[in-house]
Design a protein around this ligand. Sequence first.
Ligand code: SF4
Length: 367
Amino acid sequence: GMPAAPPPVLAERRKTRQIRVGKVLVGGDAPVSVQSMTTTPTTDINATLQQIAELTATGCDIVRVAVPSQDDADALPAIAAKSQIPVIADIHFQPKYVFAAIEAGCAAVRVNPGNIRKFDDQVKEIARTAADAGVSIRIGVNAGSLDPRLLQKYGKPTPEALVESALWEASLFEEHGFHDFKISVKHHDPVVMVRAYELLSEQCDYPLHLGVTEAGPAFQGTIKSSVAFGALLSKGIGDTIRVSLSAPPAEEVKVGIKILESLNLRPRKLEIVSCPSCGRAQVDVYKLAEEVTAGLEGMEVPLRVAVMGCVVNGPGEAREADLGVASGNGKGQIFVKGEVVRTVPESEIVETLIDEAMRIGEELKGA
Ligand code: SF4
């Protein structure tokens, strides 16, 4: 059939240089990628690879591992070799680990400007080694580790301070003809963070890595990141994202993917359209929505499933979806593409929806 028109987006993506993080392109016309970071000790190679496999299965595009010691650096070759997605080594202080990470086959290295001053005489060598290996670098500015010089100049980690720090470090690499980097200017406050990225986007065309740092536990962190990324992505700013949560990293990936799907920056897969319920509801909508969501988790085809509490607005909404249920009088009317295909007792709603979803999924896959 006719290829469907791409779904609308809120803004054209900002034009950025494109860099390579292993097999994943970042910036330019590449899709916005989703990153996370392992929480296992990097020295525990098996546990780290296990977590990377889980992240990969969840849809993570790029993974970062912390390299605080020589033992961690020693684990990098095995991790980089076996990971299915590109590995970024996160290095704060030590140039020797930067060289070790490049040697180990890591796709990229993250360095922190608050600390690079200590080794800026080695930037030339880092730039040359990275360029020769095709390794890109993330310049990761964090409010918490801002260069003391800038902290003094601005009094606190303001958006201007974060941007000046990032551009200063960028200039150190640019001096040596190295431009394969992306930049982050993270802050825990979404307002400061958004302003910082806006300023940065006006002053350079490097791809930007979005992050709200120390965003908090899952609920608060999800909201802070969604609001901040939404504000930026809706203006076309942002080339790769990492949602930071005090929660397992696979949760970060799920949130990141949903943010991109919500903005049509990534094709939507399973989408549950459930009503908030109200005094008209004749069924436990929360429970129904949760059971349907759980039953369909991991569906790899685009499918919008409506779960409606009553027959007042229910059928109308259910018709807009690929599949849906509108409940009433202890029964559920099951809709497929706007037509009632069955009416089942309440106790059979969940399994009927899941059966129908699987059937439609098979059809879509076969198409
Ligand atoms: Fe209320 Fe029915 Fe709308 Fe759900 S679908 S919010 S139960 S009116």
